[in-house]
Write a protein that binds this ligand. Structure first.
Ligand code: KIV
Ligand code: ZN
Length: 506
């Protein structure tokens, strides 16, 4: 079987998704999870884009030991040199250089002729190669590039030293059949193609990113670029969990395999969803809440008789635990630590201690603590632990709130916060509802110039005593900050999320 290289770009293209930006410690968390998942290449960022991007590529390079670490660069000297500066600490660094090749981009964006594109490609790849032995070259908008010209650029890039040539479907325009033909043409027409790995990077604008990537594999591509939960520009990129499981389940068709530890797919999906605040749709393949739920009587009957009647993947194979084990207020620290480990989280002793305290508080309020509850608590503990992140210094905490409200009248809200030194209290009569009212009092108490942008609420488990997981986006100046709060009380969860976002500002 052919080994397909899995190149993850959650931290670069994924992070470009509107609302998906991650702070430094979140990026480290995700990088460690990707390393553990077994991805071959982690694209850690676009180092020239900002000092923050540069720093996080440096730290991912130092942190990650198993995967190759890659940084993106436009095909210009400054970008390439900066990318290498940030990647030089990695065990196996890769510079990813890109230049658009399609007529639309040549004419309107770059204002360069075809010959100039080839010249720039050669110069850029050579410059990168002088610094680093592992160079990937991407022909941006390759799927709208004339095939003759694409062959010419790819040949030139390989001659100049690229060991991977990437064929992005930048605007998600191609179809599986067309992608197959494009990769097949490159394999048949580029004389030095055997000296490089062909990669694809498919966007999902027409919902075909996974199908197009798989067609490319069938035509001989050896690397797939993808993201956790399919995050990425606009409609996103090829979803890693889907493409990896398709290759695994249908290895009879693809005659290929990956080195992904598939049991880590679900925990990693949960982590990325939690740090980005972008929830996974219930019906999403592989990692959605309904992906393994059997509702109809006929299906349930079939499942009881023989699982394979309606299930092509065992939930355990993607890391969904077999049983939703219940813990309660009498459960001890060891049972908690054990369960958290089996859910796929590696926590430090200090984090386990914090988690245990939070767990006890929750178990007092809620009879049964399910895996979903635990997962939410762990995310909260990870979110709070400000590993190496000086920007996240928890300060404001909720002490209590009091709310009086009824249909047709403005709520009255009184909130007590702790500012890290002392308690402060204030009230207001107003707001469109409890959430607005809570936000207005918190804004008054913190004295910050902030506005409320967006809020999402999710029930962590089932049942009437389920916890609410609230994500909020708060605007302060030109920046947007995300906050997460979990509690069986929805208003309390909202307040915690607002304060979590505020603590990031400061
Ligand atoms: O979509 C795209 O073309 C890209 C390149 C930088 C690879 O993200
Ligand atoms: Zn892209």
């Amino acid at each position: 079987m052919r080994q397909i290289i899995i190149f993850d770009t959650t931290l670069r293209d994924g992070e470009q998704s509107p609302g998906a930006s991650m702070n430094f410690s979140e990026k480290m968390e995700v990088a460690m999870a990707l390393d553990e998942l077994g991805v071959d290449v982690i694209e850690a960022g676009f180092p020239i884009a900002s000092p923050g991007d540069f720093e996080s590529v440096v730290e991912v390079s130092k942190l990650v030991k198993g995967s190759s670490v890659c940084g993106l660069a436009r095909c210009v000297d400054k970008d390439i040199d900066t990318a290498y500066e940030s990647l030089k600490y990695a065990v196996n660094p890769r510079i990813h250089i890109f230049l658009a090749t399609s007529p639309i981009h040549r004419e309107y964006k770059l204002k360069m002729s075809a010959d100039e594109i080839v010249e720039r490609t050669v110069a850029g790849v050579k410059r990168g190669r002088a610094l680093c032995g592992n160079i990937e070259f991407s022909c941006e908008d390759a799927c709208r590039t004339e095939i003759d010209f694409l062959c010419r650029v790819v040949e030139a890039a390989i001659n100049a030293g690229a060991s991977t040539v990437n064929i992005p479907d930048t605007v998600g325009y191609t179809t599986p059949h067309e992608m197959f033909e494009r990769i097949d043409a490159l394999r048949n027409r580029v004389p030095n193609i055997d000296k490089a790995v062909i990669s694809v990077h498919c966007h999902n604008d027409l919902g075909m990113a996974v199908a197009n990537s798989l067609a490319a594999v069938q035509a001989g591509a050896g690397q797939i670029e993808c993201t956790i939960n399919g995050l990425g520009e606009r409609a996103g990129n090829c979803s890693m969990e889907e493409v990896v499981m398709a290759i695994k389940v249908r290895s009879d068709i693809f005659d290929a395999q990956t080195q992904i530890t598939t049991q880590r797919l679900y925990p990693t999906s949960k982590l990325v969803s939690s740090v980005t605040g972008l929830q996974v749709p219930r019906n999403k393949a592989i990692v959605g809440r309904n992906a393994f739920a059997h509702e109809s009587g006929v299906h349930q009957d079939g499942m009881l008789k023989e699982r394979t009647t309606y299930e092509i993947i065992r939930p355990e194979d993607v890391g969904i635990p077999k049983t939703d084990l219940v813990l309660g207020k009498h459960s001890g620290r060891a049972a908690l630590a054990d369960r958290v480990k089996s859910l796929g989280f590696e926590l430090t002793a200090e984090q386990i201690n914090t988690l245990f305290d939070e767990f006890k508080v929750l178990a007092d309020r809620k009879k049964e603590v399910f895996d979903g509850d635990l997962r939410a608590l762990v995310q909260l503990v990870l979110h709070k632990s400000n590993r190496n992140d000086e920007n996240v210094i928890p300060k404001w905490t909720l002490v209590s709130y009091e709310l009086t409200t009824k249909t047709g009248s403005k709520p009255r809200m009184t909130v007590t916060l702790n500012d890290g030194k002392q308690e402060v209290k204030d009230s207001n009569d107003g707001g469109d509802g409890p959430v607005d009212s809570m936000f207005l009092v918190i804004r008054k108490l913190t004295g910050l110039d902030i506005s409320f942008r967006e809020m999402n609420m999710l029930s962590v488990t089932l049942g009437e005593d389920a916890q609410a997981e609230v994500t909020v986006l708060i605007n302060a100046g030109t920046q947007t900050y995300r906050g997460l709060g979990v509690s069986p009380d929805t208003i309390e969860a909202t307040a915690i999320a607002i304060l979590n976002a505020i603590n990031r500002i400061e």
